[in-house]
Design a binder for this molecule. Structure first.
Ligand code: AMP
Length: 511
């Protein structure tokens, strides 16, 4: 079955980590949930959820979590890791009651969406329990959260900032916490939450059980584990830096100017046509998310956006629309999209090659889930070479080019000014591959036409959206994104505009 090793080389034997490595090819017969020691109430809810057998992280982590041990889980989203801590927590919470302002368990999540998603998991798996679950996230009022805390929370799910706000206001005491879950720890690190996490850990009794999850283990996270976990059992389901075999990945050469990248992306989307069931497009910066979203909507693609500057209701509505299939394309930043449970995404597009190679793995992990096939295209400019090499080194894969590599682009970019000066020469344009040789508006029109032909239902959605947008031609108005009722901007829902009022004339038609 599983190999359990306690590495002797660790200096601090008291905090030695016991490793449970999951063998790729399991020799033992498949475990059932009943084998894991979960309570009948939990087993019944899991059965109702339609799960027949535990995923590897669940099979490995749940028995240790039920035994009260600290667990270090190295697993990405999509592996079933949420249930691997929610299910044992539910079983353990069956004894005892919560007291006012003293939650019994605490789950820390880096983003509001992830916190809300975990709350949904408690609703599903905890349907046979009468537990008070409180969600403490930013962007919503304190009052309702205070009421829930006052009533006594069995489970508190929180983002670090809002949790500390409540604690500092004296509305929350953490010395009754029996189980602490720190989820997506490496993302917490990226978002600068580690000092907050350290503060929170120090407010919780040393005798607690800690369940700690991270997709990767950078040194800062290893340090945190050494500091706050007691002799944890390390459970690792797969190497963090692997991409699924069932995802077809391609680099796609692109000019480096934003309009060139947008044109290249539109060409790709159109070329994939009906194969795109739904897609997430990743950008490195939230300003780029907003710009690209506006451009796609202008080109009548059925797109929405998810980034950190949007207020909570807009983010929730956007995500729900995408989950329900009402929205086909979601433009997102890493932070906003990390860990979101969106099953069955057919395509991932990287509008920007991620600067951190590990982000590539996470982005690609949004498609090809649960054994389905997926496609991932990444636009690459000449400046991205070093990131491309880092990604290939990390994943141990050489990713093929979609339609020629960057060496061909050098010629195309040198040609570009000539193409623009020969505006009347349509036949010359036709002979070239579209994305690299034409000004932005050419592929845009092509894209629009094909999109309408191939996906008439998407056109309907776009038109409906347009009715809510009084001045679709004016780009400078802040816009929160599709999916919000009445298309009105919400406070904090700023969408920066790429060129402000200085949009070059030649781009105005094709932006
Ligand atoms: P997570 O990694 O926690 O985000 O879970 C990814 C998806 O897997 C979620 O949609 C879960 O509902 C689903 N899931 C979790 N555990 C199981 C299981 N044992 N069998 C089938 N699906 C599962």
């Amino acid at each position: 079955m599983h190999r359990i090793t306690a590495p002797a080389s660790r200096a601090n034997t008291e905090k030695a980590i016991i490793s449970v490595s999951t063998n790729e090819s399991r020799e033992a017969p498949a475990l059932t949930f009943a084998d894991l020691g979960l309570s009948p109430k939990v087993l019944s809810a899991v059965n109702d959820a339609g799960y027949t057998e535990p995923t590897p992280i669940q099979a490995d982590a749940i028995p240790h979590a039920l035994a009260g041990k600290d667990v270090l889980g190295i697993a990405q989203t999509g592996t079933g890791k949420t249930a691997s801590f929610v299910l044992p927590m539910l079983s353990r919470l069956e004894k005892g009651r919560a007291r006012a302002r003293m939650p019994r368990t605490l789950i820390l999540e880096p983003t509001r969406e992830l916190a809300a998603q975990v709350e949904e998991n408690f609703a599903t798996y905890g349907k046979n329990h009468r537990l008070n679950v409180a969600l403490l996230i930013g962007g919503v009022s304190f009052e309702e959260q205070n009421r829930k805390l006052e009533r006594g929370a069995d489970v508190l799910i929180a983002t670090p900032g809002r949790l500390l706000d409540h604690q500092e206001r004296g509305k929350l005491l953490l010395n009754g916490v029996e189980i602490l879950v720190i989820d997506e720890a490496d993302r917490m690190l990226d978002m600068g939450f580690i000092p907050d996490i350290e503060r929170i850990c120090k407010l919780i009794p040393f005798t607690r059980q800690t369940l700690f999850f991270s997709a990767t283990m950078p040194p800062e996270i290893t340090r945190l584990v050494g500091q706050f976990l007691q002799a944890p059992v390390r459970v690792e389901v797969s190497k963090a830096a692997t991409t699924a075999d069932n995802v077809a990945q391609r680099w796609v050469k692109s000019g480096s100017k934003p309009w060139e990248k947008r044109a290249a992306l539109r060409d790709l989307i159109v070329a994939e046509g009906d194969e795109i069931k739904n897609a997430i497009i990743f950008c490195n910066r939230k300003t780029a998310v907003a710009e690209l979203f506006r451009s796609l909507v202008k080109h009548e693609f059925d797109a929405g956006a998810l980034h950190g500057d949007m207020d909570q209701s807009a983010r929730t509505a956007m995500l729900q629309g995408f989950r329900d299939g009402k929205l086909k394309i979601l433009v997102a930043s890493d932070v906003a999209a990390r860990g979101l449970d969106i099953p069955d995404v057919s395509h991932v597009f990287n509008f920007d090659v991620p600067i951190h190679a590990e982000d590539y793995v996470h982005r690609i992990g949004r498609t090809g889930r649960a054994g389905r096939s997926g496609k991932a295209f990444s636009l690459v400019t000449r400046a991205d070479n070093k990131y491309v090499s880092a990604i290939e080194a990390l994943t141990g894969q050489t990713i093929a080019w979609h339609d020629g590599d960057l060496s061909e682009l050098v010629v195309a970019e040198e040609d570009a000014p000539k193409q623009r000066s020969r505006r009347g020469s349509r036949s010359a344009n036709k002979q070239k591959p579209p994305a690299q040789n034409k000004p932005a508006e050419k592929p845009a029109r092509q894209a629009r036409k094909k999109d309408v032909v191939e996906a008439p239902e998407e056109k309907t959605t776009v038109q409906a959206e347009k009715k809510t947008s009084p001045e679709p031609k004016k780009p400078a108005k802040p816009q929160g994104g599709r999916g919000k009722p009445h298309g009105k901007s919400q406070p904090g829902d700023r969408v920066p505009v790429g060129f402000g009022d200085d949009v070059p004339e030649f781009m105005k038609a094709g932006l």
